[in-house]
Design a protein around this ligand. Structure first.
Ligand code: ZN
Ligand code: ZN
Ligand code: ZN
Length: 157
């Protein structure tokens, strides 16, 4: 009697599981009833994006794209200065596409320090500048004699 109950229970479980499986399978196998009626819209390419034809079914909303066309590419104007490069700050330039007004920027590297008065400091920003001394034997001799003279003076003063 106990075994009968057990077997019956197992059978019921099996039936339940099978019917679940059957229902799920039926749902998946449901045939696509729509006889699609696609409406075609042509989407023009832009500077950066491809163009294409969009087909949308007016009945069920199903859609696909095809007949892709290449992006047009930007038509840039001249570079204009946004910020002029100095010896401390990078410069910035930009140009604009005449079609989509998309902007492109580029940086201009810093320019060298200027030391016109050769005081070892940049005339613009005051940074230390390596003074390029051209070695001249005559100048060297002059400063050496000057040194000697001062040295003698300090001894015989
Ligand atoms: Zn459809
Ligand atoms: Zn553009
Ligand atoms: Zn400078």
């Amino acid at each position: 009697m106990k075994n009968m109950k057990k077997a019956l229970c197992l059978l019921l479980c099996l039936i339940a599981a099978l019917s679940c499986f059957a229902l799920a399978a039926a749902a998946e196998d449901e045939p696509a009833a729509c006889e699609h009626e696609y409406k075609v819209t042509t989407v023009a390419p832009t500077c950066a994006e491809q163009g294409y034809q969009l087909h949308v079914c007016s009945k069920c909303g199903d859609y696909f794209k095809d007949n892709y066309t290449n992006p047009l590419g930007h038509i840039y104007g001249e570079w204009t200065n946004v910020r002029t490069a100095t010896c401390t700050v990078e410069g910035l330039q930009e140009r604009e596409c005449v079609r989509c007004h998309g902007k492109e920027t580029r940086t201009i590297s810093v320019i060298p320090h200027v030391d016109e008065d050769e005081n070892g400091k940049c005339d613009v920003c005051g940074a230390k500048v390596e003074v390029k001394k051209i070695f001249s034997p005559f100048e060297w001799l002059k400063s050496f004699i000057q040194f000697l003279r001062e040295w003698f003076n300090s001894i015989f003063a």
